[in-house]
Design a protein around this ligand. Structure first.
Ligand code: F6R
Length: 602
């Protein structure tokens, strides 16, 4: 979703901003812009579409000497993706970039309009810059004017503001949208996530909600409420090489191939010979806990759904799953003996973060399962287990889903072990299956070639049904989500046993059924569900170790002794199928239309 970068110092600023925005590109955006002030000179460039359009517009410009600069990639919320709506937004002599949503912008806009201010865009952001200039015109003092501005804003924001009135300062504020400051000697950088700062800043400080301030003469002045406060920097350790494509056509493809390796990292030090060790959790973490509630969105929600089967079956603990955006407004009944788990790849998903805050207000203990350390969700939780998937750049989540599901499986075993609801024999069998998972995730040339070949038969039709039972139902949901995200074809996930309660009415030869038919779990049941579809002439693509006569297409997986191993192998098949269909349709696999990697607005 929207991305912010900023820099104050003597270096060439255009390239710093454009490079930074490039690193945020994978999050999804539909326009971009930069603004630079060097002494009395103001420069502002905006372009709709991809960053290459902005590069083209700025190709004859290079910044000179000391200056202040901000940049932004915008994912449209208020107003269409047009140049006028793109950030930075200009007042008479100041620019602002903003992530989040200013909830009271209509009221502020009307107030400013009544005072004669002319608005150029339809955005909520533009009110910030006009409000700032209103206060600055009165006091002629930039920082108090900025502070007064922030005090008027309601909602979520990460803000950078620069003004000709103070050409040696950058003003910043954070509330609900991520923002960090990067340091390299006297050079100071800003970004809405750490990737743009890798290779530039040596140390970083992650701003907390309610913090604001300014940078001048290489010094950051940080405030909370009315007090100037101190802060502690952290070393920025991420390795940029990990975020490159390594010869794969798309990040999503690379990330599918990486799953086998990263799964080893997810398990490292946690999956032991005779038990599960989660050093992240205090010994008594599950004391007084009698139920689990999990909140998440999208793919993360699907991993949560999978885990509900595991928590109840293995750990014998009640487990409810909720979509975060639904949970927030349903006035849920929460009891103190419930552990509240959030799952998020990015750790910044607005609905999940707000659900977590609600649960905390209700006094629940919280745990997050997340891929990004120091993200808002991790910082907000009582404890966090990191998935260790590495940076995921493809908008369609793959390795994040795999590692989330693995962590949840480990957690189910851990709970069983701590509550003595699992025998040591079963625990050992589960661990043995876990250790087979990396092998099940290997993408062989044969498998990839098979999915490439098959994909050409699935480029039309009036829809896909992915069907499965038990844990293969959430996998069916996830397979359908992957396909629709990057192919733009209609796909649904369904519990196989539900088809005859309605959806089977759609069955004909143009209805494609992707049937997940594991041998270790309810094979005969799902077989008869698929037979019912076949009898109505639906086109069947069966994924199973067991050859199936009625399949029009058949992808054979390995025989295995554990459903979770079959689960992970079938997951790879569905990911590759979506990838190959999308490539054949000529779509942008890594940045599908209308989607954002990190959904930081409600
Ligand atoms: C789908 C996808 C999304 C995310 C969802 C939640 O491929 O990536 O559905 O899973 O937006 O995001 P996180 O996990 O970052 O909270």
């Amino acid at each position: 979703m929207c991305g912010i970068v900023g820099y104050i110092g003597p270096k060439e600023k255009k390239e710093i901003l454009l490079d930074g925005l490039q690193e945020l590109e994978y999050r999804g955006y539909d326009s971009a812009g930069i603004a630079i002030i060097e002494g009395k000179k103001l420069h502002n460039f905006k372009a709709i579409g991809k960053l290459k359009n902005l590069r083209e517009k700025t190709k004859n410009y290079t910044s000179e000497g000391f200056g202040i600069s901000i940049g932004h990639t915008r994912w449209a919320t208020h107003g269409k993706p047009t140049e006028l709506n793109a950030h930075p937004h200009l007042g008479a002599y100041s620019y602002v970039v903003h992530n989040g949503i200013i909830e009271n912008y209509q009221e502020l806009k009307e107030e400013l309009q009544a005072e004669g201010v002319n608005f150029l865009s339809q955005t909520d952001t533009e009110t910030i810059v006009h409000l700032f200039e209103k206060y600055h015109n009165r006091s002629n003092d930039a920082f108090p004017a900025f502070k007064e501005t922030i005090e008027r804003l309601e909602g979520a924001y990460g803000i950078l503001l620069i003004t000709e009135a103070a050409p040696d300062m950058i003003f910043f504020a954070k509330n609900g949208s991520p923002m960090l400051i990067g340091f390299d000697n006297e050079d100071v950088y800003f970004a809405s996530s750490d990737t743009p700062l890798i290779g530039k800043a040596k140390e970083v400080y992650y701003l907390e909600d309610g913090e604001y301030g300014y940078v001048k003469d290489g010094q950051v002045h940080l405030f909370n409420k009315n007090e100037e406060i101190g802060f502690t920097k952290q070393t920025l350790t991420a390795d940029k090489a990990l975020a490159q494509k390594d010869g794969y056509r798309f990040f999503m493809e690379k990330e599918i191939y990486e799953q086998s390796r990263v799964m080893g990292e997810t398990m490292m030090g946690r999956v032991l010979d005779d038990g599960i060790a989660l050093d992240e959790l205090d010994k008594d973490f599950f004391e007084d806990i009698n139920a689990i509630k999990i909140c998440a969105c999208g793919t993360s929600y699907h991993s949560a759904l999978t885990s509900a089967y595991l928590f109840e079956r293995i750990a014998k603990i009640r487990c409810d799953i909720e979509i975060a955006s639904e949970f927030r407004y349903k006035e849920p009944l929460l009891t103190g003996d419930t552990l509240f788990i959030t799952i998020s790849q990015s750790g910044e998903t607005a609905d999940t973060l707000e659900a977590l805050k609600m649960a905390k207000r209700a006094g629940l203990k919280s745990l997050s399962i997340c891929n990004v350390d120091n993200s808002s969700i991790v910082r907000e939780s009582d404890a966090a287990i990191l998935t260790r998937a590495g940076i995921e750049k493809g908008v369609a989540s793959t390795k994040a889903f795999a590692t989330q599901t693995m962590v949840l499986w480990m957690l189910a075993l851990y709970v069983g072990q701590e509550r003595n609801s699992i025998s040591s024999d079963i625990l050992r069998q589960e661990i043995d299956a876990m250790l087979h998972t990396p092998k099940a995730l290997i993408v062989t040339d044969k498998l990839h070639a098979k999915l490439h070949r098959l994909s050409k038969r699935y480029l039309h039709g009036h829809g896909f049904f992915f069907i499965g039972r038990d844990i293969f139902f959430p996998l069916a949901l996830e397979g359908a989500l992957k396909l629709k995200e990057i192919s733009y074809l209609h796909a649904e996930g369904y519990p196989a046993g539900e088809m005859k309660h309605g959806p089977i009415a759609l069955a004909d030869s143009e209805l494609f059924t992707i049937a997940l038919m594991p041998k270790t779990m309810h094979y005969d049941k799902i077989k008869s569900n698929v037979e019912e579809l076949s009898a109505r002439d639906a086109t069947i693509c069966a994924i199973s170790p067991e050859p199936f006569d009625l399949a029009d297409d058949f992808v054979q997986t390995q025989y295995s002794s554990h459903p979770m191993v079959e689960f992970f192998e079938m997951m790879v098949v569905t990911q590759l199928l979506a990838l190959e269909i999308s490539i054949r349709l000529g779509n942008d696999v890594d940045m599908p239309r209308n989607l954002a990697k990190s959904v930081t607005v409600e």
